[in-house]
Design a binder for this molecule. Structure first.
Ligand SMILES: *Cc1c(COP(=O)(O)O)cnc(C)c1O
Length: 400
């Protein structure tokens, strides 16, 4: 009998009853806008910001409309000027170069290693050759680079680091929460990330001026005083009239459903990692499959899984992907010549100056990726491994 998987790779868990109740309460009172509060009331959005700041030990937190918005705002709030170069990972998702472009910057891509993190040697070279003052560090698919080594390099070069933590909410490097090593950390609460409000995001920092600017940028009008996890009122004195309002606020309805999810994040992280470990041990040391090595200092939250088929040709990978697909296992291949669905590659962002990234291209040409929604059971993970192994075997036998 041919094994088939019938689960959905895009089905997240339902919103909990507690979160639904909280959302209903907001709808019943009707004050969905974060600045629409009655006397003595603290908005859900403000409470969420306080809780998120506390969860990662940040001084300040601003909740916004999306992760991409947080990234653009982070660059603007850190003083980017038109045509400034922003270094970023060559392997990332479209919102990252999009945010750099949106803030008026020019993305320059840095190669990645086979463990899918920034290549620090190439980083040093690109710092030298571009004189860049910003690095938008994308912790793509939840893989953390050696943060101690990275910060040493960027500090030496006087580079401001903005962390894209879309896949690392709840993760840490050697105990330091992701988003806390750079000047700013940006997070997403979009459905496929670690907490789900459909759309949404956070920006965290300890820098008082950055937070004051980000708050004005997000569309606070002169109501910033209500931000209890925000910059103190004095910080707005010098910036409030010269910082544009580029609306991108979070609302109380989303905040209400995020608060219970944030409280559950450590538990959810362990559930994700349990599934990841099952996939990892199922596929480990299987002919032709290469897994990424995860450093011991990295605590990850694995909402997705990556592996490589380094010996396969493009054609073989296409055969493998469609073989898996026919059996219900949806894999994303980052080597496809045209972007499909959420997948895209540095050379498909035509608004960015063309760049040569041979190392990254080589890695992406054999890289496969899948989501691990929490609706998957442990048995589901075993079944997925079995199907992948059978399909790998099938293709490699055809080869010889
Ligand atoms: C999802 C994502 C973002 C942006 O998040 P949105 O909330 O969808 O704007 C940024 N970077 C990466 C790597 C992402 O996966």
């Amino acid at each position: 009998m041919v094994l088939k998987f019938t689960g959905s790779f895009t089905q997240q868990e339902a919103i909990s009853e507690k979160a639904i109740e909280a959302a209903i309460a907001v709808m019943r009172h009707g004050r969905l806008h974060r600045y629409n509060v009655i006397h003595g009331e603290t908005a859900e959005t403000v409470l969420l910001e306080q809780e998120f700041a506390k969860s990662c030990g940040a001084k300040y937190c601003l909740a916004v409309a999306s992760g991409g918005y947080a990234l653009t705002t982070a660059l603007r709030a850190s003083g980017i000027e038109k045509d400034d170069i922003v270094l970023t990972n060559a392997f990332t998702l479209a919102p990252v170069p999009g945010a750099i472009h949106g803030a008026g910057g020019r993305p320059v891509f840095v190669e990645i290693t086979k463990d899918l993190v920034l290549d620090l040697d190439d980083l040093k070279q690109k710092i030298q050759s571009t004189n860049a003052k910003f690095l938008m560090l994308s912790h793509m698919r939840g893989h953390l680079v050696d943060m101690d080594a990275l910060i040493k390099i960027t500090n030496n070069a006087g580079i401001k680091v903005i962390e894209d933590c879309a896949h690392t909410m709840g993760a840490n490097w050697n105990g330091i929460p992701s988003g806390r090593s750079g000047v700013i950390g940006c997070f997403s609460t979009q459905t496929f990330k670690h907490i789900n409000s459909g759309e949404g995001g956070f920006l965290i920092t300890d820098d008082v001026e950055v937070m004051a600017r980000a708050t004005m940028l997000s569309g606070s009008y002169m109501l910033y005083e209500s931000h209890l996890a925000g910059a103190p009122v004095e910080a707005f004195e010098n910036i409030r009239y010269d910082t544009p309002n580029c609306s991108g606020r979070m609302d109380n309805l989303r905040a209400a459903i995020l608060r219970p999810q944030l409280a559950d994040l450590p538990i959810q992280a362990e559930r994700w990692n349990k599934r990841y470990r099952a996939l990892e041990s199922g596929l480990n040391q299987f002919e032709d499959i290469r897994l990424t090595t995860r450093p011991s200092k990295e605590y990850f939250v694995a909402s997705s899984f990556q592996f490589c088929l380094p010996k396969f040709t493009k054609k073989q990978i296409m055969t493998f992907v469609s073989g898996c697909e026919a059996r219900g296992v949806q894999l994303k291949w980052f080597g496809a010549s045209l972007p499909i669905g959420f997948t895209s590659r540095h050379d498909s962002w035509k608004y960015v100056d063309k760049q040569k990234l041979p190392k990254t291209d080589k890695i992406l040409s054999v890289l496969l990726d899948m989501r691990i929604p929490l609706t998957f059971s442990m048995e589901d993970c075993d079944l997925i491994c079995e199907i992948i192994k059978q399909e790998v075997k099938k293709v490699s036998l055809e080869k010889g």
